[in-house]
Design a binder for this molecule. Structure first.
Ligand code: ADP
Length: 672
């Protein structure tokens, strides 16, 4: 082709455009004058060429009311090209108003000054595409709906199956339910029966309860119900039921109960009485009745008190018993105070020690001072402590009681005082020892009296010895003289006088020994000698001094001991003398000597009056004499001295006896 340039006029250009297969139109001015429209465009509108040169809405009047004129005016004004895809437009095609779809472009065509002077409208009829797509979408939607329906159907079928199964189960469970119902009914029947029984039991229990129960109704306190115990406490019969309380129990007048009941009624608050005394008729007599009780208001659904329930526990016996104990305790406390006795208590588990105020004072502490057990023990002089500890230990192990006398050094002023302390181990119900308790008495004055008496006895005995010694010397002298003149009568009389003087000397020596012993002045003058020989010699002397008995001696082998010769001699002599004193003349006295395990055992057996069991343990106490023996002279110091002497030789002394048959006095001393 030649390279020739053509210059097209507007009409020519429009001519060319009109030949384009693509639908094309050109609009100018605000009225959107159809400058040109090719056949394709005219076909879209369903119009012919006659509309060219007319405004769009005039040429294609059905476009009125559709947005296109406005859209075109906007492009003309703004110069911004507008385009769209699948836009519907309604036009008359083949005389029929149809909706068709278009892809379009309104292209703003500008001059050199940049002003839009016309719009190039191109459009493709895409109705087939749009409708095809719509049909496709519809078919797809239908397909999906179909699928959904299918799934739903399947689910429905499954649900149906499940429903059937459930239905079957339901039927089963309905049957079970029926069975269960029957069972339940049976159980309810049994339960009701049990309930009725238990209700009856309950009623019976309340009626016979050891607790007093009554209900008073209304302001007049009508006795609506009252169990046996209430009737018993009121001392009335069931006839009082139905009567007002005041009338039924007239003795309540003037006592606190009716006003309290009135108050409970008014306030609706319960009243609790603790250990309250009531004066009620018991066996026809008005007596004290103590009880713990409650007046419980019973209310209706509006919260108003309609009646009052009385529940009371009668405790008269307990209260009276406690009062008796309190009285006894008071009396005991009074006696303890009056007797000036100190008391103490020692808990064996906790070691808590509780001395009374008086006890504190006795050991020299202030009454309100806190004093321990050890502090008390510390106030006892060391030489006495051991003896007390032994006594207490013995009481603990044997569960017995103990009694000791011992000096005490006053804690604050160091003064010496004497006390007699006794204690006892106390056990619980199982016999396990739980506490130790005891009393302490101040015996200082008694001790001082004794001391004075001992001093006096000692002094008198000592003074009596001097004249007795000279008396004895004169008797000896006269005896010698009478012997020379062969004055038998005088000799005999002087012999008897000598015997009596000797007896008296023995007595005085005995008193002297007691007074020495008491003041701790007795001392042992030990030497080694043969005990068997001493026993034999003492027997001979007794035969001489107190003839008339049949003394038999079963000697032992020569037995060496280290002891006070005179004092052991006194012991043997005293036992022999008692054996003769307390048995009939002509009866036998058997003396035995045995040696067993480094111990010499001497026994003196008589066929005399014997000793009662209750006296046996006291025989060795100072000045103790068996009561009925008063016709036989004596002071009750022989056995006391003998026991002290044997103890000091680390020996033992004891008695076995049968009343009316005789006694055996025994003692032991260690051999060497
Ligand atoms: P007494 O001087 O009274 O004999 P003792 O101390 O020797 O004093 O004895 C104390 C008491 O023991 C006596 O009073 C007597 O009652 C009793 N007694 C002692 N020996 C015998 C005995 N062999 N038989 C019976 N009673 C005895």
């Amino acid at each position: 082709m030649n390279n020739i340039t053509y210059s097209f006029g507007t009409d020519q250009l429009l001519q060319v455009l009109s030949l384009s297969k693509n639908a094309t139109a050109v609009y100018t001015t605000e009225n959107i004058i159809i400058q040109t429209a090719n056949d394709a465009m005219l076909a879209f509108w369903g119009k012919d060429r006659s509309i060219i040169g007319k405004p769009l809405e005039e040429g294609v009047p059905e476009l009125k009311g559709q947005p296109f004129t406005k859209m075109l005016q906007k492009v003309l004004k703004t110069g911004i090209t507008d385009s769209g895809v699948s836009i519907p437009a309604e036009t008359f095609i083949n005389g029929k108003l149809q909706t068709r779809y278009y892809d379009y472009e309104y292209r703003a065509i500008k001059n050199e000054a940049g002003e839009t002077y016309c719009i190039l409208h191109t459009a493709d009829d895409v109705t087939e595409r749009v409708l095809g797509l719509a049909a496709l979408n519809k078919a797809k939607a239908q397909q999906e709906a179909l699928e959904r329906e299918q799934i739903l159907n399947e689910e429905l079928a499954t649900a149906n199956e499940e429903l059937n199964a459930i239905n079957e189960e339901l039927q089963d469970s309905q049957q079970n339910l029926a069975l269960l119902n029957a069972e339940l009914e049976e159980r309810v029947k049994i339960r009701t029966k049990a309930l009725t029984e238990s209700e009856a039991k309950m009623r019976y229990m309340l009626t016979d309860a050891p607790i007093a129960i009554a209900v008073f109704t209304g302001k007049n306190l009508i006795i609506e119900s009252a169990n046996k115990k209430v009737l018993e406490v009121y001392g009335k019969t069931a006839e009082i039921i139905g009567k007002p309380l005041q009338e039924a129990i007239p003795e309540l007048a003037g006592q606190d109960f009716l006003p309290i009941l009135e108050d409970v009624f008014k306030t609706g608050n319960p009243f609790y009485g603790n250990e309250i005394k009531a004066m009620l008729e018991q066996n026809g007599v008005i007596e004290e009745v103590y009880s713990n009780f409650v007046y419980q208001p019973l209310k209706n659904s509006y919260g108003q008190t309609t009646s009052i329930m009385l529940v009371a526990n009668v405790i008269t016996e307990q209260v009276l018993a406690r009062k008796r104990v309190e009285r006894a305790e008071e009396m005991l406390r009074f006696s303890i105070e009056a007797a000036n006795v100190g008391t103490w208590f020692l808990d064996l588990k906790t070691r808590a020690f509780l001395p009374s105020l008086r006890m504190n004072e006795m050991y020299g502490f202030y009454p309100d001072e806190i004093v321990s057990y050890d502090a008390i023990i510390n106030q006892i002089p060391a030489e006495h402590r051991k003896m007390i500890e032994i006594a207490i230990d013995k009481a603990i192990t044997e569960g017995s009681s103990y009694q000791v006398e011992h000096p005490v050094i006053d804690f604050h002023n160091q003064q010496l005082r004497w006390v007699r302390a006794s204690g006892k181990l106390n056990s619980d119900d199982h016999g396990d020892p739980v506490y130790f308790s005891g009393i302490v008495i101040d015996i200082t004055e008694q001790k001082q009296d004794e001391q004075r008496k001992n001093d006096f006895i000692g002094m008198v005995s000592h003074e009596l010895k001097t004249p007795l010694t000279s008396l004895s010397a004169y008797i000896q002298m006269l005896h010698a003289k009478a012997g020379k003149t062969e004055d038998t009568a005088t000799t005999n009389a002087l012999n008897k006088a000598n015997k009596q003087v000797k007896k008296m000397g023995n007595m005085i020596n005995g008193f002297l020994d007691v007074s020495r012993l008491e003041s701790g002045k007795i001392s042992l003058n030990k030497q080694t000698f043969n005990l068997d020989e001493l026993v034999a010699a003492t027997i001979e002397e007794t035969k001489l001094m107190q003839p008339g008995h049949n003394l038999i001696f079963f000697p032992c082998d020569p037995t060496r001991i280290n002891a006070d010769y005179d004092k052991i001699g006194n012991v043997i002599s005293n036992l022999l003398s008692n054996a003769t004193k307390y048995s009939a003349k002509g009866s036998t006295i058997t003396i035995k000597c045995d040696v067993i395990d480094n111990e010499a055992h001497i026994s003196v057996q008589d066929e005399g009056i014997g000793i009662k069991a209750q006296d046996m343990e006291k025989l060795f106490d100072r000045y103790y004499r068996v009561e009925s023996n008063h016709t036989i002279s004596g002071f009750g110091i022989g056995l006391y001295l003998s026991a002290e002497i044997i103890k000091r030789h680390n020996g033992r002394i004891w008695v076995e006896s049968d009343i009316e048959k005789g006694s055996i006095f025994n003692f032991t001393v260690p051999t060497i």
